[in-house]
Design a protein around this ligand. Structure first.
Ligand SMILES: *[C@@H]1O[C@H](CO)[C@@H](O)[C@H](O)[C@H]1NC(C)=O
Ligand SMILES: *[C@@H]1O[C@H](CO)[C@@H](O)[C@H](O)[C@H]1NC(C)=O
Ligand SMILES: *[C@@H]1O[C@H](CO)[C@@H](O)[C@H](O)[C@H]1NC(C)=O
Ligand SMILES: *[C@@H]1O[C@H](CO)[C@@H](O)[C@H](O)[C@H]1NC(C)=O
Ligand SMILES: *[C@@H]1O[C@H](CO)[C@@H](O)[C@H](O)[C@H]1NC(C)=O
Length: 357
């Protein structure tokens, strides 16, 4: 393990002075200065751990405060060797504790995913992400920060596009929910797929048993800002399990539309039956995004969320990334946090995204 302070690696980034405070009644977004996308936060005991997309490695941050990560300690959990299917484009890592063991699940590809023209030609338009797959690391100890992480292997996605995979835990077992194409070369739309697992690194469903539980069929899941409606580039991605602690209702909150523009937002599925592998057991909220841009506060492209609670477990918090201008694209994303509540019907009630709280 390599430990370091988060401060120095962000030294080149101009940062506004943020009062160092444990008082979450007043804090400022972003909660980590500098760019950062696809944040994942988990609380274990009284400690928060964060990981996010660095692109080249998997770094775990550790903090006692959810709303300020600028002085967090950081550990390098995984630095991939060259020449493997997981050597480049490490995206959307998540840290999960399953049956007392720590696992990191992440997206990667072999070599900056650059399919040769003869492969690209199989796709209806082009398919620059054709080699993206899901991988799992296992931690060696009970502390996720000091654990050594070793490669457990690739998750079986039938040698097809797979990004943003997460674990879905249910009374009937463990599932892999991820962003998928319909087949090897269909390229977009990107859908949400589910497969059954026997443990955190073993998928037991075969390709015909794999189910698509959501496709970007609504206009708000398709329209990239400033372009004509483009179904080919429509996406459902970044799925996250969210359970209402009062009612036990189980949701998947996912990201919709394109991650490089202001319309990126969160959509909602609810499991209304007992079988996560049955698409009919999922009810999609087709009314629109449940969390979306707020031009009045210059908060755009908000999505790719994860969920945690306050130290006492009473408050529910969403951690997400967003853009502060309409034109910054992938490079402008920063990590933010806000408290949320619940609606009468048990679904999450997300706030409007903003900066000062
Ligand atoms: C991890 O990757 C990021 C982004 O490339 C880089 O800035 C950072 O120095 C890396 N961490 C370590 C410990 O190598
Ligand atoms: C991680 O590996 C180092 C070097 O092999 C070892 O000293 C340390 O005890 C390991 N830590 C854990 C938590 O397994
Ligand atoms: C997948 O498994 C089912 C049985 O659950 C079987 O009927 C089907 O033929 C299998 N498909 C493939 C492609 O192996
Ligand atoms: C929610 O699940 C817990 C644990 O299984 C159970 O104790 C509780 O009664 C459930 N609550 C509701 C409202 O179903
Ligand atoms: C925010 O502060 C309140 C009051 O001090 C505390 O009860 C709560 O746990 C805090 N939430 C977080 C996320 O730190």
């Amino acid at each position: 393990m390599l430990f370091f302070r988060i401060g120095p690696i962000l030294a080149s980034v101009t940062s506004v002075a943020v009062a160092q405070s444990n008082n979450n009644a007043t804090y400022t977004n972003p909660i980590l200065d500098g760019v950062g996308a696809d944040p994942w936060v988990i609380k274990d005991g009284n400690t928060y751990y964060m990981t996010y997309t660095t692109g080249t490695n998997i770094t775990i941050l550790k903090s006692n405060t959810l709303t300020d990560w600028n002085n967090a300690d950081a550990a390098l959990a995984f630095n991939p060797p060259y020449g493997f299917p997981y050597s480049t484009d490490l995206w959307a890592p998540e840290l999960h504790k399953i049956d007392g063991k720590w696992f990191v699940i992440f997206t990667a590809d072999p070599n900056y995913d650059s399919p040769p023209p003869e492969i690209d030609a199989f796709c209806p338009f082009n398919c620059p992400a054709v080699y993206h797959r899901m991988f799992v690391l296992e931690g060696s100890g009970s502390d996720p920060f000091t654990s050594n992480y070793t490669m457990k292997g690739e998750l079986n996605t039938f040698d097809q596009f797979a990004i943003d995979g997460t674990y879905f835990q249910h009374a009937t077992g463990l599932y892999h929910v991820y962003s998928c194409w319909y087949d090897s070369f269909s390229s977009w739309p990107a859908n949400l797929c589910v497969t059954k697992m026997s443990d955190p690194w073993t998928v037991t469903s075969n390709v015909t048993e794999r189910q698509v539980i959501s496709a970007p069929t609504n206009p708000w899941e398709q329209t990239p800002y400033g372009r004509a409606l483009n179904y080919r580039l429509a996406s459902n991605e970044g799925p996250q399990q969210l359970t209402n602690p009062r009612t036990n209702q189980t949701f998947i909150i996912y990201s919709a539309a394109r991650s490089d523009n202001r319309n990126y937002c969160l959509g909602q599925l609810e499991l209304i039956g007992n079988d996560p592998m049955n698409p009919q057991d999922w009810r999609k909220n087709n009314d629109g995004c449940v969390f979306y841009q707020n031009p009045l506060e210059h908060a755009y492209g908000v999505g790719h969320a994860s969920f945690t609670t306050s130290p006492d477990g009473r408050e529910n918090w969403i951690i997400y990334h967003g853009l502060s201008t309409t034109s910054t694209g992938w490079g402008g994303r920063t990590i933010r946090a806000q408290k949320f509540g619940w609606n009468e019907d048990g679904s999450p009630s997300f706030p409007r995204p903003g900066y000062e709280h």
